[in-house]
Design a protein around this ligand. Sequence first.
Ligand SMILES: [Zn+2]
Length: 374
Amino acid sequence: MANTVNDAPVALERAVTAAIRAGHAWSVRRERPEAWAEIARMTGVIMRACGPGRGPATPAELVAALRRPLGTWLPGCDAAARDLVVLDGDDQLTDATFEIGCDYTAEVLAGQDDPGAGWLPGWRVHRAEQIEKAAFQALLAGGDEEYSRGRRFITEHPAGVLTELVAARSELGLPPLVPYGEIPGERQRDGSWWPCPVCRWPMRVRGAMVRCDFPRHEAVYTVSSAPPSLQPAGGARRAPKRRPADGAVCVDESVWRFIVVPGVVEVRLHDRIAALPGVRAELYPRKDLYDIRVTSAGDGTWEFTLDVKDYASARALARKLEERPIAADHLVLPRYRSDQAGELRRLLPGTGVSTEDQIYRRIRRVASSDGRSR
Ligand SMILES: [Zn+2]
């Protein structure tokens, strides 16, 4: 059948983006009067994607559909989008939306003004490249080394006490980078907040649960009251200590999702490789031409260039790379995405695909054999 989303990845991407935007609008409809118009607009986008007589045809039908897996009503979903449920039982976006939804950020209103751009969270409107460009404007004018330090600073300091953050940044000689705002109300309980042990961004508080919005960080806790404190739930690591919300700030959701979440893996891998004897590792060299460059500390006879890619869907990643190939020799998958390696090698036959641990071991081998050959 022609003209289904299956034939056109862009149409699928647009439909999934529209579903997430409508879900977000529904979750804030009491506070944002613009939400109703947004849901109506996204219903139109979805109707065009589904084709006449198929899929939800009214805003009410769309909202009901958002509580079911996309694959049950949106034709042509790929493996990652098929099981995605956008709204949970409390009419809030599900955690999976934060993980998977970012693979599908398309312009839904091509060629028109986008009324959602003014009030929707950036990651539901803009692509990662746009968010990065805005965040690093101040660094692009400086030298390569300052860019690397600035980008690392944001990854390592996505939240904290404002005065301490400013002091730490000035000490590194960095200009103001991204805006920090107060800790949002949904990330506080009784004047306290808790950083995710993996990404350090404030975890979301809902009822008796406190969790990082990025499910792969496996940070899930229960909170007890007066004074509030956390206990690990379901295999989560040690609970972080509570921090006072007064005077504390954090980066916004888009910077967290597009810079901090992938940055955690990039910095971790860089630091691990940099600690190997005989190795020189650079983070974000040439203003992020690639994420990590590794060379022999001695004669420079060998080189690895690495780009870490953290996508929920291998297929969506392959599509992105066809549009915009990486400059690095090696595509590196975070440890929690190692199951994508086989599929990506099939989809991208010309690209070297490794997991964090595989590339680390390979570099260690090359470095220890004193750089005879790659
Ligand atoms: Zn986290």
